[in-house]
Design a protein around this ligand. Structure first.
Ligand code: TYD
Length: 207
């Protein structure tokens, strides 16, 4: 594969969307051929699975939930991520396997091993070159979120203990994958956070 694969992770309401927008503008200014995508989603099938996963009228078991995320991911890898990497693009993905490890592994309590097993294809064939984790405790970011968002999906509406467990999950993953996983502590100034992310991409050898 000629391209590089970058993922952006974080708990709810940490400002990922703003940072993705800043990064997109930066890469355009720098003429870096890049595509932006998201999980769950990124292909027609994965977007359909997304609407099931986020539908708060459905009850889904933790195992089924983890497998649905993994299935959406497999389709996304085969039909979007691989072709883009093959054509030499920088692929930037809003959430990826670390969200499964944190949310399903820790939030739902399935454990890392089981979630890695469900995601064997991604683990063996398509791990990110670099993962930037916006390191903010969800207890802090939730205050912002509840002030801003009107609709909440099936996972966002989980209780604070669930989100605290997801955060602990990300902190554990940070220790498991020190090579590719870079934690960024966000600044009050969003642009300063953006500069930290650009530094991480340069330092991580993807730019
Ligand atoms: P989204 O609206 O994209 O959340 P955000 O704006 O916070 O990124 O919804 C995705 C939700 O799915 C989010 O709550 C995290 C969750 N998720 C998992 O639980 N496991 C996964 O593997 C992925 C990719 C996301």
């Amino acid at each position: 594969m000629n391209g590089k694969f970058v993922t952006l992770e974080g708990c709810e309401g940490v400002g990922k969307s703003t940072q993705l927008r800043f990064l997109k503008e930066y890469l355009e200014r720098e003429n870096v051929p890049a595509v932006f995508t998201r999980e769950p989603g990124g292909t027609p099938l994965a977007e359909r699975i997304r609407s099931v996963l986020l539908d708060d009228r459905l009850e889904i078991s933790p195992e089924a939930e983890a497998e649905l995320f993994a299935t959406a991911r497999r389709d996304h890898i085969d039909n979007f991520i691989f072709p883009a990497l093959d054509s030499g693009k920088l692929v930037v993905c809003d959430r990826y396997i670390d969200s499964s490890l944190a949310y399903q592994g820790f939030g739902r309590g399935l454990g890392i091993e089981k979630v890695l097993e469900f995601n064997r294809y991604a683990v063996n064939k398509c791990m990110p070159d670099l993962t930037v984790f916006i390191d903010m405790d969800p207890l802090r970011s939730f205050r912002t979120l509840s002030g801003k968002k009107i609709e909440h999906d099936r996972i966002e509406t989980e209780n604070p203990a669930f989100h605290a467990a997801c955060y602990r999950g990300f902190k554990t993953i940070e220790k498991m994958f020190p090579g590719r996983f870079r934690a960024i502590v966000p600044e009050a100034d969003k642009y300063a956070t953006h500069l930290k992310i650009v530094d991480a991409l340069i330092g991580g050898g993807v730019l």
